[in-house]
Design a protein around this ligand. Structure first.
Ligand code: DUC
Ligand code: ZN
Ligand code: ZN
Ligand code: ZN
Length: 482
């Protein structure tokens, strides 16, 4: 069975042109004029783009005494409804649990996925066993390892562990990821604020100022540089962190930065809402920032110093958030966004002129496909690529609301946002997975996408390292005159 998508304008990370697409066996078979297939999807007046890839989700994740509310079923339904055709979720081994065993658990959970998926492996503890199992994880098709520099006493890794793990990544063709916040300073500020009777959700923001993120980002970059490995910084939320990334890139280091759609569009004023539930629903780490930080993130996407827009989708119900009444440090950290990322970025980015359509595709799909080594199977409209596509209606409008959303939670942080530009049809490996408000892909139809080890690249070491490295002086004799 073949499908032809006809009459649309193809938008990729580098080109915009009119052509039809012929899909055969789940892949793009041909691109050109006047193609026909057994079935036709009319894309007249629409843009046809690579399906979104969200490289940062936490589905059914045990965290802060509970589990995130969206599992791989509801989470990937939300993804497809929003035009996203692949998610990369975080596998979190329990303390002392082996990586391979944890991975089996995550594969089990992901059996419910409706769209394609992959995992990042988190380094939640360090020891011989972790060191030994890291290459096995790479052999299982996972080439990224996540490190939490925050969540002291739980997920946090220290600098010596981080350096050891980054060095191991360098040996095995993997890339480290970091959640960059100084966990020691956060823990101190949390205790201080609580001690002063500041126990509401607004204190969450005060406990994680931009400086703790900037410091940790810079530290991770310097450690990666010394380990000789590229680095990917998740949820870059502020100028301090962005500045560290810009500086590193200008020195030739391969450092990538990922802002979230939430940080681009929601600000710290959200935490000052007098309604406890309202503010707590928006508690995530890093917290929302002020408008100057937002401008910095948009500038990064425009200039290329930041490459990817993700969601960090980690949804908790209001009931779950209420565990933190009287103690903001116990509010489960996380917000949703899977269903809304593309529409909000299109509305606030493309329609305002901040991003071109091609930059939009790069930031939501193509760049991360390259960084994660799944391009051009994913993130591309090319013959041979998986037919993960979104037929985008630039004229469709809606007011975002929790009512009718695919996510399992009872609110939406983008509630009331008027968006223009929405998916009309989402295709997952050539099958219509979403159309006109309805998710068609069934539970379990998603497939695990293997991401092979990264090809060797010139080391990320910066020029200064060469210049400051101690040199052995060859002494050939006693200089004259001594
Ligand atoms: N931040 C969140 O808000 N939730 C999940 C993990 C994280 O780092
Ligand atoms: Zn559990
Ligand atoms: Zn994080
Ligand atoms: Zn996260």
């Amino acid at each position: 069975m073949t499908i032809a998508i006809k009459g649309g304008t193809i938008v990729t990370a580098d080109l915009t042109y009119k052509a039809d697409i012929l899909i055969d066996g789940g892949r793009i078979a041909e691109i050109g004029p006047n193609l026909s297939g057994d079935e036709t999807i009319d894309a007249t007046g629409a843009f046809v783009m690579p399906g979104g890839i969200d490289p940062h989700t936490h589905l059914e994740m045990p965290f802060m005494g509970t589990h995130s509310a969206d599992d791989f079923d509801t989470g990937t339904a939300a993804a497809l409804a929003g035009g996203t055709t692949m998610v990369v979720d975080f596998c979190l081994p329990a303390p002392n649990q082996g990586l391979v065993e944890a991975l089996q658990e995550w594969h089990q959970k992901a059996g419910k996925a409706r769209c394609d998926y992959s995992f990042h492996m988190a380094i939640t503890w360090w020891g011989e066993r972790v060191f030994a199992e890291m290459p096995k994880v790479v052999a299982e098709g996972i080439n990224t390892f996540k490190h939490f520099m925050a969540y002291k006493g739980a997920l946090m890794v220290n600098d010596d562990e981080m350096f050891a793990s980054f060095s191991r990544c360098a040996e095995i063709g993997a890339m480290p990821l970091v959640h960059a916040e100084n966990g020691d300073v956060v823990a101190f500020l949390q205790a201080k604020l609580m001690g002063e009777g500041n126990n509401g959700p607004e204190a969450h923001g005060y406990s994680r100022p931009p400086e703790v993120e900037g410091e940790a980002t810079n530290r991770a970059i310097m450690i990666a540089d010394q380990a000789g490995v590229p680095l990917y910084v998740v949820h870059v939320s502020c100028e301090q962190s962005h500045e560290a990334i810009r500086r590193a890139r200008a020195k030739g280091m391969r450092v990538f930065g990922e802002p979230l759609i939430q940080h681009l569009t929601l600000d710290e004023g959200e935490y000052l809402n007098p309604d406890w539930d309202y503010a707590a629903r928006r508690v995530m780490s890093p917290p929302f920032r002020n408008r100057l930080h937002q401008d910095s993130l948009w500038a990064g996407l425009q200039s290329g110093s930041l490459q990817v827009v993700a969601t960090d989708h980690c949804a908790f119900t209001t009931e779950q958030k209420r565990t933190g009444i009287g103690d903001f440090t116990k509010i489960p950290n996380g917000t949703g966004g899977l269903e809304d990322r593309l529409a909000v970025l299109w509305t606030k980015g493309v329609r305002t002129g901040r991003l071109t359509m091609n930059e939009f595709v790069a930031a939501t799909s193509t760049n991360i496909a390259k960084i994660l080594n799944v391009y051009p199977r994913k993130g591309a409209i090319l013959p041979g690529a998986d037919a993960d596509l979104v037929v985008w209606d630039p004229a469709a409008t809606k007011t975002i609301s929790a009512r009718g959303q695919k996510s399992a939670i009872d609110y939406n942080v983008f509630e009331g946002f008027e968006v223009t530009g929405l998916p009309a049809v989402t295709l997952s490996r050539g099958v219509v997975a979403y159309r006109d408000g309805e998710v068609i892909a069934g539970t379990g139809e998603g497939r695990f996408v293997e991401r092979p080890a990264n090809p060797p690249v010139a080391r990320a070491l910066s020029e200064w390292k060469e210049l400051t490295a101690p040199r052995r002086v060859e002494r050939t004799g006693i200089p004259a005159g001594v």
